[in-house]
Design a protein around this ligand. Structure first.
Ligand SMILES: NC(=O)C1=CN([C@@H]2O[C@H](COP(=O)(O)OP(=O)(O)OC[C@H]3O[C@@H](n4cnc5c(N)ncnc54)[C@H](O)[C@@H]3O)[C@@H](O)[C@H]2O)C=CC1
Ligand SMILES: O=C(O)[C@@H]1CCC=N1
Length: 271
């Protein structure tokens, strides 16, 4: 199957790299990007075929992945609209941009799936939320699922409005994890460990704790309490975080991410 990417930036690269590892899939990747350096990198590293213009890249494609910034989606969709005769699946990964607006920009085209992947797709550990518009066939839904499953796990949603919360949890989520790791590394450094030791300790702790939670049926709070001895060191740390309102701040931050997704949809869908 031929998959055409419009936009070959960070997220497209993560998807293309993840797919390249799944060599048996028989997927032929074509990419269009305005930036010749992005194209050269994708061709050299992952054997992607590249094009400077949409028409050549999308001809005969079964799936067209729209991977430009939300602000570029309207312009790209208007340019793509005359090239959909073959009935491809249009798979948008843009935050915020609503299916109805995309469909309108594509001249009323209905075979659209909205997906919200994340960058761990690069190493086959992505998590993607997906929602299909009414014009998507069962085969196209399976194709979308196949593309994203090649780079990780998928979760299908019935309600498009839930893609903004998914964006806030798993789409943006890797950044929160890196932010927490940065803080752990900075603390390690302040307390006399080396930057390398801080990085290793923090990363191994995240990997171990998330695997422990994944392999357990117990609530996360129970796992946390098991580390937290009365009057001990963890209690001192958690009490300090609670006093600083860390948990409430994380909840507010994620609500801000979802609200930004909705606002992007309102602002950019108005045209
Ligand atoms: N970075 C992430 O972790 C995630 C990003 N997304 C979504 O993926 C989309 C892309 O995000 P990134 O990859 O981070 O951005 P990016 O800026 O790294 O990539 C966008 C690419 O599109 C190209 N481009 C711009 N206008 C174009 C046009 N008219 N025709 C062809 N190419 C064009 C740019 O040269 C650039 O290489 C966004 O809509 C974002 O919401 C979704 C999930 C996660
Ligand atoms: O920050 C953003 O808008 C994109 C969507 C999810 C992750 N990155």
């Amino acid at each position: 199957m031929k998959i055409a990417f419009i936009g070959g930036g960070n997220m497209a690269t993560a998807l293309i790299a993840g797919m390249a590892k799944d060599a048996g899939a028989g997927v032929q990747v074509h990419v269009v990007d305005r930036d010749p350096q992005a194209l050269a990198r994708l061709a050299a590293q992952y054997g992607a075929r590249t094009a400077g213009a949409i028409d050549a890249a999308v001809a005969d494609a079964g799936v067209i992945v729209l991977a430009v910034k939300p602000q570029q989606m309207r312009e790209v969709a208007l340019e793509l609209a005359p090239h959909l005769d073959g009935g491809p699946l249009v798979l948008s990964i843009a935050a915020g941009i609503r299916g109805a607006d995309l469909s309108r920009w594509l001249g009323g085209y209905g075979a659209i799936v909205r997906a919200m992947p994340n960058t761990p797709a690069l190493i086959g550990m992505g998590m993607t939320g997906l929602v299909a518009l009414k014009g998507v066939s069962a085969a196209q839904r399976a194709a979308a699922d196949g593309v994203l499953r090649a780079v990780g796990q998928t979760v299908w949603l019935d309600d498009e409005a839930l893609i903004d919360p998914v964006t806030a949890v798993s789409g943006s989520g890797p950044a929160y994890v890196f932010y927490f790791l940065e803080a752990m590394q900075a603390a390690a450094l302040e307390m006399g460990l080396s930057a390398q030791q801080g990085r290793e300790l923090a990363l191994a702790t995240f990997a171990g704790a998330t695997q422990l939670a994944a392999q357990s049926d117990e609530p996360l709070e129970v796992l946390r309490r098991r580390v937290t001895s009365t009057g001990g060191t963890t209690h001192a740390a958690i009490a300090s975080m609670e006093a600083a309102g860390v948990k409430a701040a994380i909840v507010e931050a994620m609500k801000a991410a979802a609200a930004r997704g909705r606002a992007l949809g309102d602002e950019l869908g108005a045209d």
